[in-house]
Design a binder for this molecule. Structure first.
Ligand code: ASC
Length: 150
């Protein structure tokens, strides 16, 4: 009984030592989490990008809501790239972990552009949205070029 309590206490201490965002039961969960977060982000970003490209009718309210969602979700995937999550069903390249500073820099740039896009979409100005979509899309692409396998 004492042993069990001690084990539980150790588990709790370990759990509390980690930031909440970095807790996953197993590596597969972290991989699923980051993929799903990136998917939800892309769906929202893609809707705004579609409007910017004239492929979807421009609806300022939907654009603003979608960009705000994309901005929020852009903060989430990174917790899923912890140590030991490099193997499994993933296109994540080993460079994410071997060149983490660069990866983190890319992630930060993307989030900064998402924030600008959300502001542009809130303003309702389609030209500003187009500019922000292009810069944001550029950050998606450059990170994928370096860190995502084909
Ligand atoms: C998207 C998406 C990307 C970027 C990129 C922009 O919607 O899934 O990876 O935009 O294609 O160049």
């Amino acid at each position: 009984m004492k042993k069990i309590i001690a084990l539980c206490a150790t588990g709790l201490a370990l759990t509390l030592a980690l930031p909440v965002s970095a807790q996953f039961a197993k590596p597969e969960d972290a991989i699923k989490y980051r993929k799903n977060a990136l998917f939800v982000m892309q769906q929202n970003f893609g809707r705004v990008a579609g409007m910017a490209a004239g492929k979807i009718a421009f609806d300022p309210k939907v654009a603003a809501e979608s960009a705000a969602s994309a901005e929020f979700v852009s903060k989430l995937p990174w917790a899923g790239f912890g140590p030991g999550t490099d193997k499994g069903e993933t296109k994540a390249k080993p460079e994410i972990w071997s060149d983490k500073a660069k990866f983190d820099d890319n992630a930060g740039k993307m989030q900064a552009e998402m924030t600008k896009l959300a502001a542009a979409a809130k303003s309702g100005n389609l030209d500003a949205i187009k500019t922000a979509v292009n810069s944001t899309g550029g950050t998606c692409k450059s990170c994928h070029d370096d860190f995502r396998a084909k």
